[in-house]
Design a protein around this ligand. Structure first.
Ligand code: ITT
Length: 198
């Protein structure tokens, strides 16, 4: 079965491709020569995932899904949350000279300086559009924000997030381990269950 994943993020495509298995042929936006920025201008993960998925469904007429992910930090009242991707550019930009992922990490470590409560969670929401009908799935991975960065695997905030039950960060894990326990994996499990029942 062919399905489109509405993302420009190749890391995500690789992660979800390996989770879906061989029964599905996963196409990314590059495979369809879709190069424009897909709008995601809402204030919740649910609305953004839905907006991205409907945009691609209407554009291509193909069954598709989109995800939106945020890192929700307890001591920061859930920030950066839905604004995770552009965290370091909100307000007066911090570290504008850096790559966004690096700037985001630096800003978060700064905000967390001196904070004892380091609990956080990644939350992923997936919107699936199947023959014109929408389904949503959520996946959560709890953990803590570490005090400094470690590891070179993964992407985004992985070097400063250590999931519950582990002493290492997501960026110190093989993709296969992250894929067993991550927020995205948990949401994708639900997506796969739905697709396999088709
Ligand atoms: P698309 O919208 O094209 O799918 P994106 O990279 O913008 O790709 P999101 O909006 O879902 O993806 O991600 C929001 C932010 O959270 C962004 O800074 C990501 O780097 C980060 N992020 C998402 N998933 C992550 C993960 O598994 N580990 C670490 N950081 C992650």
């Amino acid at each position: 079965m062919e399905i489109v994943f509405a993302t420009n993020n190749l890391h995500k495509l690789e992660e979800i491709g390996s989770l879906l298995g061989e029964k599905f042929q996963l196409l990314g936006l590059k495979d369809l020569n879709i190069e424009e920025e897909i709008p995601e201008d809402h204030d919740t993960l649910e609305e953004n995932a839905s907006q991205k998925a409907w945009y691609i469904y209407k554009r291509t007429g193909r069954n598709c899904f989109a995800d939106d992910t945020g890192l929700e930090v307890e001591a920061l009242n859930g920030a950066p949350g839905v604004y995770s991707a552009r965290y370091s550019r909100i307000g007066s930009p911090t570290f504008p000279e850096m790559e966004p992922a690096e700037g985001n990490i630096r800003k978060l470590l700064l905000e967390m300086d001196g904070k004892e409560d380091r609990r956080a969670r990644f939350r992923t929401v997936i919107s699936l559009i199947l023959n014109g009908k929408e389904y949503q799935f959520e996946g959560i991975a709890g953990g803590v924000i570490t005090r400094s960065r470690s590891g070179a695997e993964g992407f985004g905030y992985d070097p400063i997030f250590s999931p519950d039950g582990y002493e290492i960060s997501f960026a110190e894990m093989d993709l296969s381990l992250k894929n067993k326990i991550s927020h995205r994996a948990r949401a994708v499990d639900k997506l796969v269950e739905m697709l396999k029942g088709m």
